[in-house]
Design a protein around this ligand. Structure first.
Ligand code: SF4
Ligand code: SF4
Length: 336
Protein backbone atom coordinates (compact mmCIF):
# COMPACT_ATOMS: atom_id res chain seq x y z
CA UNK A 1 0.00 0.00 0.00
CA UNK A 2 1.10 3.57 -0.68
CA UNK A 3 2.48 5.47 2.31
CA UNK A 4 0.04 7.70 4.19
CA UNK A 5 2.41 10.64 3.92
CA UNK A 6 0.20 13.48 5.15
CA UNK A 7 3.23 14.77 7.09
CA UNK A 8 4.73 15.75 3.73
CA UNK A 9 2.03 18.39 3.18
CA UNK A 10 3.62 21.85 3.31
CA UNK A 11 0.30 23.65 3.18
CA UNK A 12 1.00 25.41 -0.13
CA UNK A 13 -2.66 25.28 -1.15
CA UNK A 14 -2.08 24.36 -4.80
CA UNK A 15 -4.48 21.47 -4.35
CA UNK A 16 -7.31 23.86 -3.52
CA UNK A 17 -7.36 25.45 -6.99
CA UNK A 18 -9.36 22.74 -8.73
CA UNK A 19 -10.78 20.81 -5.79
CA UNK A 20 -14.52 20.27 -6.43
CA UNK A 21 -15.26 20.17 -2.71
CA UNK A 22 -13.75 23.64 -2.37
CA UNK A 23 -15.36 24.96 -5.56
CA UNK A 24 -18.76 23.99 -4.26
CA UNK A 25 -18.44 25.00 -0.63
CA UNK A 26 -15.52 27.41 -0.29
CA UNK A 27 -14.36 25.53 2.80
CA UNK A 28 -10.62 24.97 2.95
CA UNK A 29 -11.14 22.41 5.67
CA UNK A 30 -12.80 20.08 3.15
CA UNK A 31 -9.73 20.00 0.89
CA UNK A 32 -6.57 17.93 0.94
CA UNK A 33 -4.72 20.71 2.69
CA UNK A 34 -7.40 20.95 5.35
CA UNK A 35 -7.34 17.23 6.04
CA UNK A 36 -3.57 17.00 6.06
CA UNK A 37 -3.22 19.89 8.48
CA UNK A 38 -5.82 18.29 10.75
CA UNK A 39 -3.96 14.98 10.64
CA UNK A 40 -0.67 16.72 11.36
CA UNK A 41 -2.32 18.30 14.39
CA UNK A 42 -3.23 14.87 15.68
CA UNK A 43 -6.93 14.70 14.79
CA UNK A 44 -8.37 11.23 14.19
CA UNK A 45 -10.74 10.11 11.45
CA UNK A 46 -13.73 10.42 13.77
CA UNK A 47 -12.92 14.11 14.30
CA UNK A 48 -13.10 14.89 10.60
CA UNK A 49 -16.07 13.00 9.22
CA UNK A 50 -17.26 15.71 6.82
CA UNK A 51 -13.83 16.45 5.31
CA UNK A 52 -13.35 12.74 4.70
CA UNK A 53 -16.72 12.24 2.98
CA UNK A 54 -16.52 15.55 1.06
CA UNK A 55 -13.74 14.27 -1.17
CA UNK A 56 -14.84 12.96 -4.60
CA UNK A 57 -11.51 11.19 -5.19
CA UNK A 58 -11.04 13.16 -8.41
CA UNK A 59 -7.27 13.01 -7.94
CA UNK A 60 -6.62 16.63 -8.85
CA UNK A 61 -4.75 17.26 -5.59
CA UNK A 62 -2.48 14.24 -6.06
CA UNK A 63 -1.51 15.37 -9.54
CA UNK A 64 -0.66 18.94 -8.59
CA UNK A 65 0.96 18.38 -5.18
CA UNK A 66 4.62 19.48 -5.20
CA UNK A 67 5.52 17.16 -2.33
CA UNK A 68 3.65 14.15 -3.74
CA UNK A 69 1.22 13.65 -0.90
CA UNK A 70 -1.01 10.64 -1.70
CA UNK A 71 -4.27 12.34 -0.85
CA UNK A 72 -6.64 9.85 -2.50
CA UNK A 73 -4.95 6.98 -0.69
CA UNK A 74 -5.19 8.88 2.59
CA UNK A 75 -8.92 9.52 2.12
CA UNK A 76 -9.64 5.89 1.28
CA UNK A 77 -7.72 4.79 4.37
CA UNK A 78 -9.62 7.25 6.59
CA UNK A 79 -12.95 6.10 5.11
CA UNK A 80 -12.21 2.52 6.01
CA UNK A 81 -11.49 3.69 9.54
CA UNK A 82 -14.83 5.52 9.67
CA UNK A 83 -16.73 2.53 8.32
CA UNK A 84 -15.16 0.33 11.00
CA UNK A 85 -16.75 2.53 13.68
CA UNK A 86 -20.05 2.86 11.83
CA UNK A 87 -19.64 6.41 10.48
CA UNK A 88 -20.86 5.61 6.98
CA UNK A 89 -21.53 7.98 4.13
CA UNK A 90 -24.97 9.46 4.63
CA UNK A 91 -25.92 8.63 1.06
CA UNK A 92 -25.08 4.96 1.56
CA UNK A 93 -28.71 4.05 2.08
CA UNK A 94 -29.59 5.61 -1.24
CA UNK A 95 -26.93 3.95 -3.32
CA UNK A 96 -27.97 0.94 -5.34
CA UNK A 97 -26.89 -2.29 -3.73
CA UNK A 98 -23.45 -2.93 -5.16
CA UNK A 99 -21.77 -6.26 -4.91
CA UNK A 100 -18.09 -6.49 -4.18
CA UNK A 101 -16.40 -8.22 -7.03
CA UNK A 102 -15.50 -11.70 -5.84
CA UNK A 103 -11.77 -12.29 -5.86
CA UNK A 104 -11.73 -15.89 -4.83
CA UNK A 105 -8.23 -16.51 -6.17
CA UNK A 106 -6.72 -13.83 -3.98
CA UNK A 107 -8.79 -14.87 -0.97
CA UNK A 108 -7.87 -18.51 -1.41
CA UNK A 109 -4.16 -17.75 -1.54
CA UNK A 110 -4.05 -15.22 1.28
CA UNK A 111 -3.68 -17.02 4.60
CA UNK A 112 -3.05 -20.39 2.98
CA UNK A 113 -0.18 -22.69 3.90
CA UNK A 114 1.44 -21.71 0.63
CA UNK A 115 1.30 -18.03 1.52
CA UNK A 116 2.87 -18.73 4.94
CA UNK A 117 5.62 -20.73 3.30
CA UNK A 118 6.35 -17.86 0.89
CA UNK A 119 6.34 -15.38 3.78
CA UNK A 120 8.99 -17.45 5.58
CA UNK A 121 11.32 -17.00 2.62
CA UNK A 122 10.46 -20.50 1.31
CA UNK A 123 12.43 -22.07 4.19
CA UNK A 124 11.69 -25.33 5.99
CA UNK A 125 9.39 -28.01 4.69
CA UNK A 126 7.09 -27.04 1.91
CA UNK A 127 3.35 -27.50 2.46
CA UNK A 128 2.23 -30.85 1.13
CA UNK A 129 0.25 -29.42 -1.74
CA UNK A 130 3.45 -27.80 -3.02
CA UNK A 131 5.83 -30.62 -2.24
CA UNK A 132 3.72 -33.36 -3.79
CA UNK A 133 5.68 -33.24 -7.02
CA UNK A 134 4.98 -31.84 -10.46
CA UNK A 135 3.58 -35.11 -11.71
CA UNK A 136 0.74 -34.98 -9.22
CA UNK A 137 0.20 -31.21 -9.08
CA UNK A 138 -2.68 -30.02 -11.21
CA UNK A 139 -2.72 -26.28 -11.68
CA UNK A 140 -6.14 -24.72 -12.07
CA UNK A 141 -6.46 -22.80 -15.32
CA UNK A 142 -6.54 -19.02 -14.86
CA UNK A 143 -10.05 -17.54 -14.92
CA UNK A 144 -11.04 -16.31 -18.37
CA UNK A 145 -10.16 -12.68 -18.93
CA UNK A 146 -13.36 -10.72 -19.61
CA UNK A 147 -13.16 -9.04 -23.01
CA UNK A 148 -15.45 -6.08 -22.36
CA UNK A 149 -16.52 -4.66 -19.00
CA UNK A 150 -19.32 -2.14 -19.43
CA UNK A 151 -19.76 -0.99 -15.84
CA UNK A 152 -23.09 -0.66 -14.03
CA UNK A 153 -23.68 2.96 -15.10
CA UNK A 154 -23.94 1.92 -18.73
CA UNK A 155 -25.73 -1.34 -17.97
CA UNK A 156 -28.39 0.23 -15.77
CA UNK A 157 -28.65 3.86 -16.84
CA UNK A 158 -27.46 4.05 -20.44
CA UNK A 159 -27.83 0.64 -22.13
CA UNK A 160 -28.55 2.37 -25.45
CA UNK A 161 -24.78 3.00 -25.66
CA UNK A 162 -23.92 -0.70 -25.83
CA UNK A 163 -24.38 -1.23 -29.62
CA UNK A 164 -22.11 1.69 -30.55
CA UNK A 165 -19.47 0.59 -28.02
CA UNK A 166 -19.45 -2.88 -29.57
CA UNK A 167 -19.40 -1.42 -33.07
CA UNK A 168 -16.31 0.66 -32.26
CA UNK A 169 -14.49 -2.30 -30.72
CA UNK A 170 -15.41 -4.49 -33.69
CA UNK A 171 -13.97 -1.93 -36.07
CA UNK A 172 -10.62 -1.89 -34.28
CA UNK A 173 -10.56 -5.67 -34.05
CA UNK A 174 -11.20 -6.05 -30.34
CA UNK A 175 -13.30 -8.79 -28.76
CA UNK A 176 -16.69 -7.74 -27.44
CA UNK A 177 -17.74 -10.70 -25.30
CA UNK A 178 -19.40 -9.10 -22.32
CA UNK A 179 -18.29 -9.66 -18.76
CA UNK A 180 -21.38 -11.13 -17.15
CA UNK A 181 -20.59 -10.00 -13.61
CA UNK A 182 -22.61 -7.20 -12.08
CA UNK A 183 -21.06 -4.13 -10.54
CA UNK A 184 -17.26 -4.18 -10.38
CA UNK A 185 -17.35 -2.99 -6.77
CA UNK A 186 -15.46 0.28 -7.22
CA UNK A 187 -18.15 2.22 -5.32
CA UNK A 188 -17.66 -0.18 -2.41
CA UNK A 189 -13.99 0.74 -2.47
CA UNK A 190 -14.82 4.45 -2.56
CA UNK A 191 -17.25 4.08 0.31
CA UNK A 192 -14.56 2.52 2.50
CA UNK A 193 -16.25 -0.88 2.54
CA UNK A 194 -13.74 -2.84 0.45
CA UNK A 195 -10.22 -2.97 -0.86
CA UNK A 196 -9.50 -2.75 -4.60
CA UNK A 197 -9.74 -6.10 -6.40
CA UNK A 198 -7.41 -5.62 -9.40
CA UNK A 199 -8.68 -8.27 -11.75
CA UNK A 200 -7.59 -8.53 -15.34
CA UNK A 201 -9.81 -7.57 -18.28
CA UNK A 202 -9.60 -6.53 -21.93
CA UNK A 203 -11.40 -3.21 -22.27
CA UNK A 204 -13.44 -1.31 -19.70
CA UNK A 205 -15.98 1.30 -20.77
CA UNK A 206 -16.19 3.26 -17.53
CA UNK A 207 -13.09 4.87 -15.99
CA UNK A 208 -14.53 4.21 -12.54
CA UNK A 209 -14.11 0.47 -13.19
CA UNK A 210 -10.40 0.94 -13.72
CA UNK A 211 -10.19 1.12 -9.93
CA UNK A 212 -10.90 -2.62 -10.01
CA UNK A 213 -9.47 -3.84 -13.31
CA UNK A 214 -6.12 -3.89 -14.99
CA UNK A 215 -7.39 -3.18 -18.49
CA UNK A 216 -7.42 -0.76 -21.40
CA UNK A 217 -9.89 2.10 -21.29
CA UNK A 218 -12.35 2.57 -24.13
CA UNK A 219 -11.87 6.36 -24.17
CA UNK A 220 -8.12 6.05 -24.59
CA UNK A 221 -8.61 3.58 -27.46
CA UNK A 222 -11.00 6.08 -29.06
CA UNK A 223 -8.35 8.81 -28.88
CA UNK A 224 -6.00 6.47 -30.74
CA UNK A 225 -8.53 6.01 -33.59
CA UNK A 226 -9.83 9.52 -34.13
CA UNK A 227 -10.28 9.00 -37.87
CA UNK A 228 -13.20 6.71 -37.10
CA UNK A 229 -15.22 9.54 -35.56
CA UNK A 230 -17.24 12.44 -36.90
CA UNK A 231 -16.39 15.30 -34.55
CA UNK A 232 -17.57 18.65 -35.78
CA UNK A 233 -16.48 21.76 -33.85
CA UNK A 234 -17.58 23.58 -31.84
CA UNK A 235 -17.86 20.88 -29.21
CA UNK A 236 -16.75 20.43 -25.61
CA UNK A 237 -14.93 17.22 -24.77
CA UNK A 238 -15.08 16.08 -21.18
CA UNK A 239 -11.94 13.98 -20.61
CA UNK A 240 -11.98 11.34 -17.83
CA UNK A 241 -10.68 13.43 -14.98
CA UNK A 242 -9.46 10.66 -12.71
CA UNK A 243 -7.41 9.05 -15.44
CA UNK A 244 -5.89 12.34 -16.52
CA UNK A 245 -5.11 13.36 -12.97
CA UNK A 246 -3.72 10.01 -11.92
CA UNK A 247 -1.47 9.52 -14.92
CA UNK A 248 -1.36 12.84 -16.72
CA UNK A 249 2.08 12.35 -18.26
CA UNK A 250 0.64 9.46 -20.30
CA UNK A 251 -3.03 10.42 -20.68
CA UNK A 252 -2.95 14.20 -21.05
CA UNK A 253 -1.17 14.20 -24.46
CA UNK A 254 -3.93 12.03 -25.97
CA UNK A 255 -6.70 14.44 -25.04
CA UNK A 256 -4.53 17.44 -25.80
CA UNK A 257 -4.04 16.06 -29.32
CA UNK A 258 -7.82 15.96 -29.68
CA UNK A 259 -8.05 19.56 -28.52
CA UNK A 260 -5.37 20.70 -30.97
CA UNK A 261 -6.87 18.81 -33.89
CA UNK A 262 -10.43 20.03 -33.47
CA UNK A 263 -10.01 23.23 -31.47
CA UNK A 264 -12.56 21.92 -29.00
CA UNK A 265 -13.06 23.09 -25.43
CA UNK A 266 -12.22 20.62 -22.69
CA UNK A 267 -12.10 20.25 -18.94
CA UNK A 268 -8.30 20.20 -19.14
CA UNK A 269 -6.77 23.37 -17.82
CA UNK A 270 -4.90 24.62 -14.76
CA UNK A 271 -1.53 23.06 -15.45
CA UNK A 272 -2.75 20.16 -17.56
CA UNK A 273 -5.10 18.79 -14.94
CA UNK A 274 -8.69 17.76 -15.41
CA UNK A 275 -11.67 19.29 -13.61
CA UNK A 276 -14.52 17.04 -12.53
CA UNK A 277 -18.31 17.15 -12.32
CA UNK A 278 -18.31 14.81 -9.28
CA UNK A 279 -20.89 12.71 -11.12
CA UNK A 280 -18.85 9.51 -11.01
CA UNK A 281 -18.20 9.62 -7.27
CA UNK A 282 -20.20 8.22 -4.39
CA UNK A 283 -21.20 11.82 -3.70
CA UNK A 284 -22.85 11.80 -7.11
CA UNK A 285 -25.66 9.93 -5.35
CA UNK A 286 -28.39 11.53 -3.32
CA UNK A 287 -28.22 12.12 0.41
CA UNK A 288 -26.79 14.66 2.78
CA UNK A 289 -23.35 14.45 1.20
CA UNK A 290 -24.58 14.64 -2.40
CA UNK A 291 -22.76 17.08 -4.64
CA UNK A 292 -24.39 19.78 -6.72
CA UNK A 293 -23.61 18.27 -10.09
CA UNK A 294 -25.71 20.79 -12.00
CA UNK A 295 -23.63 23.61 -10.54
CA UNK A 296 -20.41 21.79 -11.43
CA UNK A 297 -21.58 21.33 -15.02
CA UNK A 298 -22.46 25.03 -15.22
CA UNK A 299 -19.00 25.99 -13.88
CA UNK A 300 -17.25 23.82 -16.43
CA UNK A 301 -19.24 25.29 -19.33
CA UNK A 302 -19.11 28.93 -18.18
CA UNK A 303 -16.82 30.07 -20.99
CA UNK A 304 -17.72 27.49 -23.60
CA UNK A 305 -19.91 28.26 -26.59
CA UNK A 306 -19.77 24.66 -27.76
CA UNK A 307 -23.03 23.41 -29.23
CA UNK A 308 -22.58 19.87 -28.05
CA UNK A 309 -20.76 17.84 -25.42
CA UNK A 310 -18.83 14.68 -26.19
CA UNK A 311 -17.35 12.41 -23.54
CA UNK A 312 -16.08 8.90 -22.87
CA UNK A 313 -17.15 8.92 -19.23
CA UNK A 314 -20.61 7.36 -18.67
CA UNK A 315 -21.50 9.18 -15.44
CA UNK A 316 -20.41 12.51 -16.90
CA UNK A 317 -22.31 11.77 -20.10
CA UNK A 318 -25.49 11.46 -18.01
CA UNK A 319 -24.61 14.57 -16.01
CA UNK A 320 -24.11 16.76 -19.07
CA UNK A 321 -27.18 15.33 -20.75
CA UNK A 322 -29.24 16.20 -17.69
CA UNK A 323 -27.84 19.59 -16.77
CA UNK A 324 -26.07 21.23 -19.73
CA UNK A 325 -29.09 21.92 -21.94
CA UNK A 326 -26.82 21.03 -24.89
CA UNK A 327 -26.71 17.99 -27.13
CA UNK A 328 -24.60 15.36 -25.35
CA UNK A 329 -22.99 12.35 -26.98
CA UNK A 330 -20.90 9.42 -25.84
CA UNK A 331 -17.78 9.16 -28.00
CA UNK A 332 -18.91 5.92 -29.68
CA UNK A 333 -22.16 7.58 -30.75
CA UNK A 334 -19.97 9.78 -33.00
CA UNK A 335 -18.73 6.90 -35.18
CA UNK A 336 -18.74 7.77 -38.88
S1 SF4 B 1 -0.67 20.67 -2.82
FE1 SF4 B 1 0.21 19.07 -1.49
S2 SF4 B 1 1.63 20.17 -0.13
FE2 SF4 B 1 0.28 21.73 -1.06
S3 SF4 B 1 -1.39 21.96 0.47
FE3 SF4 B 1 -2.07 20.43 -1.05
S4 SF4 B 1 -1.50 18.42 -0.18
FE4 SF4 B 1 -0.36 20.02 0.94
S1 SF4 C 1 -9.28 14.17 -4.62
FE1 SF4 C 1 -10.40 15.89 -5.56
S2 SF4 C 1 -12.16 16.26 -4.19
FE2 SF4 C 1 -10.64 15.04 -3.03
S3 SF4 C 1 -9.41 16.60 -1.94
FE3 SF4 C 1 -8.34 16.08 -3.88
S4 SF4 C 1 -9.02 17.68 -5.32
FE4 SF4 C 1 -10.47 17.68 -3.60
Amino acid sequence: MTALNFDDCIGCGLCILGCPAFEETGFDVLTARGRNKALQAGLAAGDMVEPIWACTLCGYCDAICPTRVHNVEIVLHLRRELVEVGLMLDAAGDTPEVRLKPDSTRDAVAGSALASWAASGFSGTAPSSVGSGFSRTVLAPPPPRPALVLGCTIRERAPHLIPSIKEFLNRIGRATDLCEEGCCGSFEVEAGRAMPAHSSAGVVSDPICLEQYDAEFLGVLAMQHLDLFELKPPFYYFAPHRLVNRDHARIYPLYDALRRRFGCDTNLDLNRLARSTSAGSVQGMTGRDARDIGAAVARLLTHSRAERIVTCSPADYLAFRTYSGRETLFITECLR
